[in-house]
Design a binder for this molecule. Sequence first.
Ligand code: CP
Length: 303
Amino acid sequence: MKAARGSLLGIEHLKAEEISGLLGLARKMNPRKARPLLRGKRVLLLFYEASTRTRSSFEVAAQSLGAATTLVLSSGSSIEKGESLLDTAYTLRAVGADLIVVRHPNAGAPALMAAHLDIPVINAGDGMHEHPSQALLDAYTILRHKKTLKNLQVAIIGDIYHSRVARSAIHLLSKFGAKIALCGPSEFLPEVAATLAPGLRITRTAEDAVHGADVVMVLRVQKERLAGEKISLENYMSRYQMTLPRLRLAKKDALLMHPGPIIRGLELTWEVADCSQSMIVEEVHNGVPVRMAILAKALGKAS
Ligand code: CP
């Protein structure tokens, strides 16, 4: 499917140079001292699913660059009356949108919009498919602490099957030569996940995944996507919850990452969430410059 120029729909089809370019641009972005590169532009934020981090940081990013922003949520909009995705997109374009940031529960919804619009569409998370801005901000965060992604040992633990964050992270980290171990019970990590990228290792114990890791990325159990699947949370926590003893199996200077929202006491303990290795707050902080770079690039104002 052809996509409107400037769209960011996923990491899978980006070249490593394009990713490096966005990360380099993000390093030059300072939300408190930004040039108004997007003055006169209108950024529409269209969210069909709940969000705190992605929504607020795209809004802060756009406004920091001088753009006007408008938020449309499925709740309280004509989406509730049955307006289709494409009719909603055409409506927002007619209102004067220069770019649409969209989060949707269905994989492929942003790509469908981008195929029918003449303005860039940015995927802010589509179902179980991709969350490209999260992968970019995570790579940005890692590279503030580690010299390179090449040969970095990354453990991704938890509900990988339902996670668009994991999918985008796997695509990005693989392109740069990271060594990735995926870990979770079979309900959350089917063997087929190993085919997402070359060289992925499937592990079934948190201890095995974390041992010697440079980065430990913990994922939330996505109860909203379980759709009737039965899972014992007690059993899950006893085997996969990130605890301090488990984290200590990683390298001393390992980074503890989580895309958020975190559920303390479920996928990680309170102590782990707040430990000195935790990047959870820094990831959110870095989301703003990274999203500034994404918006500036999409609207052709990156130079
Ligand atoms: N990481 C992330 O996408 O968080 P939100 O759902 O709060 O946007």
